[in-house]
Each structure stands twice: as structure tokens, then as C-alpha cells.
Design a protein around this ligand. Sequence first.
Ligand code: 6PG
Length: 235
Amino acid sequence: MKLLKYKTANETASALIERLLDLMSMDEKKKFHIAFSGGSTPALMFDMWANEYKDDTDWSRLYVYWVDERCVPPEDSDSNYGLMKKLLLDQVPISENQIFRMRGEDDPAQEAKRYTAITLEQMSEVNGFPKFDVVLLGAGDDGHTSSIFPGQEELLTSQEPFVACHNPYNGQERIAMTGHTIINADLVVFLITGENKADVVADIYSSGDTGPAAYIAHHASLVEIFIDDLAGNKL
Ligand code: 6PG
């Protein structure tokens, strides 16, 4: 696990984008399959990518997926796809054929199965789990990641690559990438910023059994945790 700490959230987002672009540049012919988390943290990264790194990115090789989605229509303000579409995907020359949204408006269990099939079609697999180049995660201040919340640890070892699940705090139905799929990725990156994440960052860094995010950080083979000073102030 590699911890990369930067002064501000801006610098952290910029460093992460440059890391991803650097990875893409290592093989100019390779399709790059990356799954993004939602929530509020990645918004800054999406906006910065569209405004400052648009011309540095080979959009013809970037294939975009989601780690999880709220079961709402794409135009809903809660939609992870909707957030990324507005801030990044509508601002850059990426083909629709390279964007694989989770259909939050459809039956969750059926969509989880459909999404599993799509990802297995698009990329190589290991033991029946799709192998993403990068899975980009956030972490909730309760230690959740993807839509795997404390108390739902069985999703960390599910045999299903993607499942229907729910946010236990408000009952909102979700579709989520499960632990084996996340850990299967060539690289797992966390993007965690802000003072309210200082405790969860300290947890993630110090132990592997204090919640789903910590579990992933301690079980994936290559993990890079991008944080700002505020999120790192309890390390
Ligand atoms: C989601 C995310 C989730 C997120 C964390 C952090 O759909 O909510 O995928 O795992 O990464 O909840 O969210 P914030 O960035 O809003 O703190």
C-alpha cells in the first residue's frame, strides 16, 4: 500500500489524473478499462480533468465503467453517472461506445447481472471476475467503499462480480462492484480528501479489519492512496 499525500484537494486530484495518464502512456496501443466511484470527492477530479488535462488524454483508449451506482435515473442528482457525465464525459471527445453506465433506473438484480456480463465481455477475467486496469475508490467516513457498508462484509467475498445492495442508512438501493472484482484490478487507487476523512484514513492505513475500505486496502495487491493534508492529519 502506497500513501501519497498532497497539500490540497486540488493537488491531490491533479496528481491522481497524472498518475492515470502516465499509466496509459506506458502502452500506446492498450485499451484502458477504469472503474470510477461516485460521491462528491471525485467531482473536483472530473472537473479538473475536463479543464486541464483534456488535450493530454487519449480518449480513444479510455473505457469508462462505474464501481457503483445509486438506483436512480441518470438525470437524478444522486446519479454517479450523471455527475461524471456533466463534469467530464460531456466535455471531452470520448465515444459513447466507451462509456458503460450502470442503469440505475432498471431492476437492480437484473442490472447487476447485465453489468457483470458486459464487463466480462469487455476485458480479460481472472477466476470469473473482470480484471480492470484501475479501480478508483472513495471511502465514506464510516469506512465503506464502493457500496459495501460496515455490516455488509459478505460483499467483500461475494462470488458475484457485481450485486444489488443498499445503503443501510437510508435504504437506497444500489448496484455495486464486490470485493473480489475490486481486488482483481491491476491497480486500486483511493481518492480521499477532507478533514472528515482523517479518521477513516488513519484506520485504513493502520489496520485491515476496521471496515470495507481498510479490507480492500490490505488485500489488493497494488494499492495507492491519494490524500490531502486534511485527510492525512491523523496519520
Ligand atoms: C457512492 C460512492 C461511495 C463513495 C464514498 C465517499 O456511490 O457513494 O461510490 O463509495 O466513494 O461514499 O463519498 P464522498 O466522496 O461523497 O465522501
